[in-house]
Write a protein that binds this ligand. Structure first.
Ligand code: F6P
Ligand code: MN
Length: 317
């Protein structure tokens, strides 16, 4: 058995997953996503930073890098032999990647979250949410696994299969080796990462910000969901939010591609994730492009957000 926390042993991702007793098909799938990330990071480092001339499901302009990363992910997943359906934040529909073969899993993914930060050389990431079976339109609580890859000064992969949260780093051979097992979060935040325009915050969220600042909680926001969530997880403390806004009652972030995987990871580290009115992982999605307000991180602060939002009333928008 490995020791908790940081480790000096070089244990690669596949071996670790095996030692954790994961199912072979799931191990294969997670390792295929890890393989895809090697090509994505190469495109980030050397690829074209221009626009692709197309738009995604949310009407956002796609960059060449978005389209390329999406292709890399889709191809890997399709060829994995263990995936039936995929849905991409960059796509428009659920795609049957292996129509003649039925795989064990389906995957909702965001191939390159925060891609507009690449041209200013800030960190970005790939996010994946994995379900057993063919259905990706399920509450997040049913995820078999969730993971992200963070392309920062170093490349790291953080996953959960519901047995804690584990971090791996890419080494000089582009292999992922274990950095920390069982990442845990404290009950109370020492940093906060607030998304969205503060002038459009509603009373509950404004109260939350005032309370955090009054308690000396420091602002740490990069504008990339993956590095922002990774920071709270790896520091073991913090709260991220992209709230409901005046003019955007459901906020901006995507339930299937962003909230659910991050919510599972943060819950598995002992934190909490809420829409401000309830647990993210229990929201039943009806369509691919659903968005929701997101309050995610240390338990006590997420509860505080819910309390303030409830106290300021449902008519606050
Ligand atoms: O894809 C969503 C995203 O880019 C996240 O990475 C980030 O948290 C958020 O949008 C930032 O949004 P905004 O540009 O509105 O602050
Ligand atoms: Mn995204």
């Amino acid at each position: 058995m490995l020791e908790a926390g940081k480790t000096k042993f070089h244990i690669d991702l596949r071996r670790y997953l095996r030692e954790e007793g994961e199912e072979e098909a799931l191990i294969h799938l997670i390792c295929e996503i890890a393989e895809a990330s090697k090509y994505i990071i190469n495109s980030i480092r050397t690829g074209d930073l221009g626009v692709a001339g197309t738009s995604n499901l949310y009407g956002e302009q796609q960059l060449t890098l978005d389209v390329l990363s999406d292709r890399i992910m889709r191809k890997r997943l399709a060829q994995s032999g263990v995936v039936t359906n995929v849905a991409s934040e960059e796509g428009r529909e659920i795609v049957a990647v292996a129509p003649h073969r039925s795989g064990n899993y389906s995957v909702a993914y965001d191939p390159l979250d925060g891609s507009s930060l690449v041209d200013v050389n800030l960190a970005v990431g790939t996010i994946a949410s994995i379900y057993l079976g063919a259905d990706v339109l399920q509450p997040g609580i049913r995820q078999a696994a969730a993971l992200y890859i963070l392309y920062g000064p170093r490349t790291t992969l953080v996953y959960t299969t519901g047995k804690g949260v584990h971090e791996f780093g890419m080494n000089q051979l582009m292999e992922y080796t274990l950095l920390r097992r069982n990442v845990r979060m404290a009950p109370k935040a020492t940093i906060y990462a607030p998304g969205g325009l503060r002038s459009r915050y509603t009373a509950g969220t404004t109260r939350l910000v005032n309370e955090l600042e009054a308690n000396g909680v420091k602002l740490r926001y990069s504008g990339g969901l993956v590095p922002d969530i990774n920071q709270l997880l790896m520091k073991g403390s913090g709260i991220f939010f992209y709230p409901h806004l005046q003019g955007a009652a459901q906020g901006k972030l995507r339930l299937l591609f962003e909230l659910n995987p991050m919510a599972l990871l943060v819950e598995q580290a002992g934190g909490a994730a809420s829409t401000g009115r309830g647990r993210v992982l229990e929201v039943v999605p009806e369509k691919l492009d659903e968005v929701r307000p997101f309050f995610c991180g240390c338990r006590e602060d997420v509860t505080l957000a819910e309390t303030f939002i409830a106290q300021e009333g449902r008519g606050e928008l």
